[in-house]
Design a protein around this ligand. Sequence first.
Ligand code: NAP
Length: 265
Amino acid sequence: MNTTVHRGTAFVTGASSGIGAVYADRLARRGYDLILVARSGDKLKALAASITDETGRSVETLPADLTKMDDLSRVEQVLRTDASITLLVNNAGVGATAPLLQSDIVKMEAMVALNVTGPMRLTYAVAPAFVSRGTGTIINIASIVAIAPEVLNGVYGGSKAFILAFSQSLHHELADKGVRIQTVLPGATATDFWDAAGLPVGHLPSEIVMSATDMVDAALSGLDQGELVTIPALPNIADWNAFDTARLALGPNLSHAAPAARYSA
Ligand code: NAP
């Protein structure tokens, strides 16, 4: 399929496999040129060739380890200076399934570097450019563990809660400056993620596992519908709306000069 619409360049991290590779394919079909980032340069090149073949879009690859400051700086520089970039997908991430007492702190720290520091720095790099042009979109891939931290490893849940809160704040600060934010909370999705996280996806009940193509197509439909938060598996959006309305209703009562009556002697 050769698309005729041109929507600028989409910058996708973690594009060498799984969810990121599907985003790359779908965004090219929607008329974006692509810059694809991950550590595996060979996989990125193969994907780029097949996408260009099928869509005619230009696809650049930018091999980088987003936990390494030198690589991160190189990637940030592209986001700051390439004025063709109209969409950033912060997708690269790793997870873990082991509880705290069985987890290696060095791996936990590396997870925070990739899942938290990476998207934060890339967002800081691109946001001023989007604001100065009055347009741009940032899609942040969180997870359902952002609101269900008991499900997997706690550092992973915490890293995704950061992405959700950061995205809500970005929307609050940047929506009126022309910048669109969407955060996606996938449930279990059939990718290599699970092998790396220590629990092969085949061990999960099949009724809770979505394909990566269905997940990304649903998330892009959520983007088209203007959602700030997209939970692809959630049957009834009213459930999320009630949850968020309850959160916002706490606002006026979260800071007072005096402690609540239940805390007085
Ligand atoms: P995946 O297939 O393992 O993909 C992870 C991607 O991140 C790969 O392209 C990998 O490429 C890249 N990556 C890993 N470490 C990196 C590093 N240090 N620097 C740069 N890139 C790196 O898993 P996935 O399921 O598609 O995961 C994508 C996102 O979805 C993650 O943020 C994950 O937390 C989130 N998510 C996944 C699920 C699920 O059930 N699968 C559910 C909720 C949320 P290289 O190895 O080539 O670097």
